[in-house]
Design a protein around this ligand. Sequence first.
Ligand SMILES: *Cc1c(COP(=O)(O)O)cnc(C)c1O
Length: 252
Amino acid sequence: MEDQINIIEHIKEIEDRIIKACEKSGRDPHEILLLLATKTVPAKRIAVALEAGHRVIAENKVQELKEKYCALRSVKHVNHFIGHLQTNKIKDLLKYDVSCIQSIDRFELAEKLDQRLAFEQKTIDVFIQVNTSDEESKFGVHPGQTLQLVRQVAALKNIRIKGLMTIGLLSNESEKVRACFQLLKNIQQKVLDANIPGVSVRELSMGMSGDLEIAIEEGATIVRVGTAIFGQRPTPDSYYWNETSALSTATS
Ligand SMILES: *Cc1c(COP(=O)(O)O)cnc(C)c1O
């Protein structure tokens, strides 16, 4: 009970933060989608948020998506995928009604996804994930290679590009964090200028618990919030974001 109240209160606090950030930058809060980042959160707690009217959630691992799928099936919601995706997990991922994959960061992945979608006669929305913080450990295409990747992915028939996603630098120096979001916005403009048929990059998925205000000021249309709603996670984010640990889970 206590826990339920907390989750709903925390969502209200985040909505207030979104509204304030919008006021500051002259934006309409309706332009911003609050996406709940639910990695490590048990299905029961996620259901509390869904029942309170929050419909868009996102997982980082296919395994977790699978574990929570049955429990959440009866509660109306939309699933995005925001984690590092291995090509050998594509087939599994497509079983769980994910409507958007925000973490496309290499052509090989997009190509394999497209092949599987063709086989299943499905299409899917994707975002291109860009590594704007220039940290070796983070996933995402290099900023300078993003336009080329967009062009390649755009040629695939079963995938529709809808936006760009990034994880900003995790730092207390807000100007450095802001630079990441500005970079994503600049890349969006480059892609728009290139006028690639079938490509829409309207959505900018950027900003999390610690930096959503900066992201909104720089043009975010989707903020992905976990900790500030569900509390601290037991697993460090390096487990989800770091190349080395992702490789070690792949082989274990
Ligand atoms: C975990 C995660 C988030 C949410 O981060 P918080 O700091 O807990 O709000 C957002 N995006 C991605 C890709 C994540 O893995």
